[in-house]
Design a protein around this ligand. Structure first.
Ligand SMILES: Cc1cc2nc3c(=O)[nH]c(=O)nc-3n(C[C@H](O)[C@H](O)[C@H](O)COP(=O)(O)O)c2cc1C
Length: 173
């Protein structure tokens, strides 16, 4: 097949960050707040780079920028919790996408056995002990062993093409 007939460009090291982001905007995802707890401090950060790894043992991964305050807290506390946001918690996502002095002010939450915050009204909260970490350039892939799960029957908040969304039934559904 000649290059012109290829339907999609294949890998090229010339792909810059803007082109990469333009492609990734097509990926719709759930929205989480990853909470952490160390040095007497609680924190949270909005994250979409969260993924199931295995059910037995129960493990998930989260990809965290090394520059996020949460990065050091996850490492020092050796734990984190993934709070999967419900459809009407876009204001919570917006809050935790910033670095804050008092991240939980006015928010209802409980603390799990690791001390990490489990947000009230989240669609689900999965509390993890840090199991493994893998360097990935600007980011670290944290793999957590899930030690507790709290789930509610709530529709999820979604993030797609730079905006928060919610589920809609499929026309053929
Ligand atoms: C929709 C959305 C998704 C995000 N996903 C991630 C992510 O998966 N990993 C990450 O490191 N930062 C992600 N961020 C950026 C962090 O939320 C942001 O840097 C935050 O301020 C970090 O907080 P901290 O410095 O208090 O830890 C995302 C931001 C938004 C708005």
């Amino acid at each position: 097949m000649n290059a012109a007939a290829r339907p999609f460009a294949v890998h090229t090291p010339a792909v810059d960050a803007a082109a990469f982001k333009a492609g990734m905007r097509a990926l719709a995802s759930g929205v989480t707040v990853i909470t952490s707890c160390a040095d007497g401090r609680l924190n949270g950060m909005t994250a979409t780079a969260v993924c199931s790894v295995s059910a037995s043992p129960p493990r998930l991964l989260a990809v965290v920028n090394r520059e996020a305050a949460s990065h050091g807290l996850i490492e020092r506390g050796a734990a984190f919790a993934v709070n999967i946001l419900a459809h009407d918690q876009d204001h919570v996502a917006a809050r935790f996408a910033q670095r804050l002095e008092r991240p939980f002010e006015g928010l209802a939450y409980a603390q799990g056995e690791t001390g990490c915050a489990l947000l009230d009204r989240a669609a689900a909260s999965l509390e993890c002990r840090l199991h493994e970490r893998h360097d990935a350039g600007t980011h670290t892939i944290f793999i957590g062993e899930v030690i507790a799960v709290r789930a509610a029957e709530a529709e999820p908040l979604l993030y797609f093409s730079g905006a928060y969304r919610r589920l809609a039934p499929h026309a053929h559904g």
